[in-house]
Design a protein around this ligand. Structure first.
Ligand SMILES: Cc1cc2nc3c(=O)[nH]c(=O)nc-3n(C[C@H](O)[C@H](O)[C@H](O)COP(=O)(O)OP(=O)(O)OC[C@H]3O[C@@H](n4cnc5c(N)ncnc54)[C@H](O)[C@@H]3O)c2cc1C
Length: 383
């Protein structure tokens, strides 16, 4: 029951190598660590990935399975906050990364589109503004006033994003792990890194999203752990939803899988402070809210076969910290996707790898860890 549905599927074995010395050590074998390792190993670097548990055992095997364009903020808000050019570039790059995910993922990915729903008139006005800003900047999306009978009693309009998709996240990351091992990297599981001092490689990458507390004090200040909870039902008799759906600012999200079971998560805001934790356990309050919403949505209560929790990393500006850790030579981070890491983790893990290979990407300016670690040189630091 507590095993995430995604992880219940049998994991294909990967070649277990043990390397003597390595150029890069990566803490975390989720989407970020595996993406980073893949680019490095394919470029001929000797790489070791370490994880206290196993491949995809963190948020990467415990999430809602949405593969969305963009970041965690609404696009119009992102444009105002990060600047028009930066927001546009980030959204455009995630569209490209969705194509890469499709290539790498095989049957772990389905290009279904996604439906962003408004739960009331206020949210409708917000997502309408987002829709208009997306269109203005040339991004493909459709406005939906007419909703199917199952949705129309609860929702007040939606944006359909045709390029988005659904991912079996554990299968995707396990597939990447196989490719990494094939490219000659070592994946060391059950390997708890208590301190970065234990690592000797020239480059160390922290790819722990919300679960790496204690590795670096300054990161603990900037990346806050948050818990998300999810349920998966038995397969239903009917096909009701053909793509991932999300509403209430992303606090509620669900999708129907090809075998017709529903995966539903969210309601973190019902107990928002208690859910700011890295304790990976389910709670009666949130699980009860998920059960109640299921009945409200479907009108029936299917059997729930899996219940689980996962931890993700939140940041103040909802952007991840990606790049070198200021003041710590050779230490890199890619974490804090604010609940949006399936596509961003794939992208940002690769960007860190590219930077280690000497190919700095302009997007790293926007995601520079220094902006939240209080060490930027551009600002009035002493004022
Ligand atoms: C419930 C839930 C629903 C979500 N839904 C979505 C969604 O639908 N779409 C989306 O895009 N994103 C979603 N997210 C966010 C997404 O899952 C994460 O942002 C993403 O998986 C982060 O991947 P990662 O590889 O960076 O970190 P993780 O997958 O969390 O991997 C980090 C790894 O680091 C290891 N680790 C930590 N500390 C140490 C240490 N000291 N030593 C050794 N190993 C260590 C952990 O064991 C873990 O395996 C959701 C997250 C949750 C929790």
């Amino acid at each position: 029951m507590d095993i995430p549905f995604w992880l219940a599927e049998e994991a294909p074995p990967f070649a277990e190598l043990a390397l003597d010395t390595v150029d890069v050590e990566i803490v975390g074998a989720g989407i970020t660590g595996c993406s980073c390792a893949l680019t490095l190993a394919q470029a001929g670097k000797r790489v070791r990935v370490l994880d206290q548990r196993g491949v995809a055992q963190g948020a990467s095997g415990r999430n809602g399975g949405f593969a969305l364009r963009g970041g965690a903020a609404r696009y119009d808000v992102a444009r105002d906050t990060y600047g028009a050019d930066s927001a546009r570039e980030l959204w455009r790059r995630t569209e490209g990364e969705l194509d890469r995910l499709e290539e790498l993922g095989g049957d772990a990915f389905r290009r279904t589109g996604s439906l962003r729903l408004a739960a009331d008139d206020e949210e409708r006005a917000e997502i309408r503004a987002e829709f208009e800003t997306l269109r203005l900047d040339g991004f493909v999306c459709e406005w939906r006033d007419e909703l199917p009978p199952l949705l129309s009693p609860h929702f007040r309009g939606a944006i359909y994003h045709a390029g988005d998709g659904a991912v079996q996240p554990a299968r995707l990351v396990r597939r990447l792990a196989g490719a990494i091992a094939e490219a000659g990297a070592e994946i060391r599981t059950n390997a708890w890194v208590e301190s970065l001092d234990e690592l000797n490689a020239e480059h160390v990458v922290i790819a722990t999203d919300g679960s790496g507390r204690g590795l670096l004090a300054e990161l603990d200040e900037a990346v806050w752990p948050a818990r998300g909870q999810v349920i998966a039902t038995e397969p239903l008799a009917e096909r009701l939803f053909d793509c991932p759906h999300y509403a209430r600012h992303g606090f509620d999200y669900w999708q129907q899988l090809p075998d017709n079971r529903i995966v539903l998560g969210g309601f973190r805001d019902f107990s928002i402070l208690a859910e700011m934790t890295d304790e990976e356990v389910t709670t009666e309050e949130i699980q009860g809210a998920l059960d109640a919403f299921l009945v409200e949505l479907l009108g029936t209560k299917p059997r729930v076969e899996h219940r689980w929790a996962g931890i993700f990393g939140l940041t103040q500006d909802l952007l991840p910290l990606v790049g070198p850790v200021p003041g710590r030579d050779g230490t890199w981070v890619s974490a804090g996707y604010s609940g949006h890491g399936n596509v961003l983790g794939l992208l940002c893990g690769r960007l860190v790898a590219e930077a280690i290979l000497g190919r700095d990407d302009p997007l790293l300016g926007l995601l520079d860890p220094a902006r939240l670690l209080g060490l930027t040189t551009g600002g009035d630091q002493f004022g």
